[in-house]
Write a protein that binds this ligand. Structure first.
Ligand code: COI
Length: 356
């Protein structure tokens, strides 16, 4: 499909303070938009980033057929934009779409639109430690009807935002003991907007008690660890590295799977299993809980400082002593900005000609 390009007449780039990039607030000049109706995607276009007009009866606003992804781009020493594992994001977007009864997006359309957009807004990719261009693809229903039914029309958009790290300190986490994020047969594995809407109240309550995030537990017994509000989680007990298995209730994180691969490259087997919170508490009591960390696109690899379970703090060792989280954070950053060899073929290079 041909992608039409309408560039902005006046770039906002000159007005941006790249030393002050609060996550997600600043939007780059352009966005990629595609419409879906009558059973097909059409009118792919790159246009200036702007508001869109929606009917008050827009069905996504009422019934939540809305899904999204998060990716990042960094620039290498030659000035070439690099995108980390975008085909994995498309795969997950399409799984979310299937679960939410929405149309899947063809890979070629997604990648062509993405590459053109990043090439056009290349000047928005910030340089410097932990900074990147955050890429937000999303899809939502656009039917103008309040009947509860599958929408027949959709819009897919990608916009971008220069960002600093999502978290700038080790996290204090509250283990959920009242609210549940996902349940068997639900939409926990989908990156559905409603999952995040439902997390707002529990997260606000956790903030109020001095925590940065909630750690979600299984919905049956509040016993098995799932993920945090914005990331997957890993634990290191002695020499064992453990992470909750993909059980249909948690997100199949791209940073999660990349960390597993990087650890396997070092000969470290990662146990993907049901993680009983009591195993973690026991390890902490025995002095062998050596590390706990979160992984996500926005967050990258971030240390957990402590988590609070039913009123008791489980405190992790000093971050300087954390072997694997420190290794993974640095290794991933280096691969993403082209300092280290991309031996798994994770990096998509965006060349100049791709904006033509
Ligand atoms: C991401 O890591 O990209 C996410 O989507 C998590 C959060 C910003 C919602």
């Amino acid at each position: 499909m041909q992608i039409s390009i309408q560039k902005t007449k006046v770039s906002r780039l000159g007005s941006v303070d790249f030393n002050d990039l609060p996550f997600g607030k600043i939007k780059s000049d352009h966005m990629f938009v595609v419409d879906y109706s009558s059973g097909r995607w059409h009118d792919a276009r790159i246009v200036p980033f702007d508001h869109i007009s929606l009917s008050p009866a827009n069905s996504a606003l009422h019934y939540g057929q809305s899904i999204f992804e998060g990716m990042k781009s960094q620039i290498d020493s030659r000035g070439v934009p690099l995108i980390f594992r975008p085909e994995q994001n498309l795969k997950r977007l399409n799984l979310s779409a299937q679960r939410m009864c929405m149309p899947v997006l063809p890979e070629k359309l997604f990648l062509e639109g993405l590459k053109k957009l990043i090439s056009i807004d290349k000047g928005w990719i910030p340089e410097g430690s932990g900074k990147s261009l955050y890429i937000r693809p999303f899809m939502f229903a656009t039917d103008d009807s309040v009947g509860v039914k599958v929408s027949e029309s959709y819009m897919f958009i990608i916009f971008t935002s220069p960002v600093s790290p999502y978290y700038n300190q080790p996290l204090k986490i509250k283990v959920a003991d009242k609210y549940v994020r996902a349940f068997d047969g639900g939409v926990g594995a989908a990156k559905a907007a409603g999952n995040y809407g439902a997390s707002m109240l529990p997260t606000k309550e956790a903030y109020g008690q001095g925590y940065h995030q909630v750690m979600w537990m299984d919905g049956h017994e509040f016993k098995y660890i799932e993920e945090t509000g914005t990331t997957n989680v890993f634990f290191v007990i002695g020499d064992r590295v453990i992470t909750p298995a993909l059980d249909g209730n948690i997100l199949d994180g791209i940073t999660r799977k990349s960390c597993i691969q990087l650890l396997e490259d070092k000969g470290v087997h990662v146990e993907q299993k049901r993680v009983d919170i009591n195993e973690i508490i026991e390890a902490s009591k025995n002095g062998i809980l050596n590390d706990a960390f979160c992984t996500g696109t926005a967050a990258s690899v971030v240390h957990i400082e402590l988590f609070n379970y039913r009123g008791n703090d489980i405190i992790l060792p000093n971050v300087a002593e954390r072997k694997w989280s420190n290794y993974l954070g640095e290794k991933l950053d280096n691969i993403k900005c082209g300092i280290e060899a991309d031996k798994h073929g994770w990096i998509l290079e965006v060349n100049e000609t791709q904006s033509a």
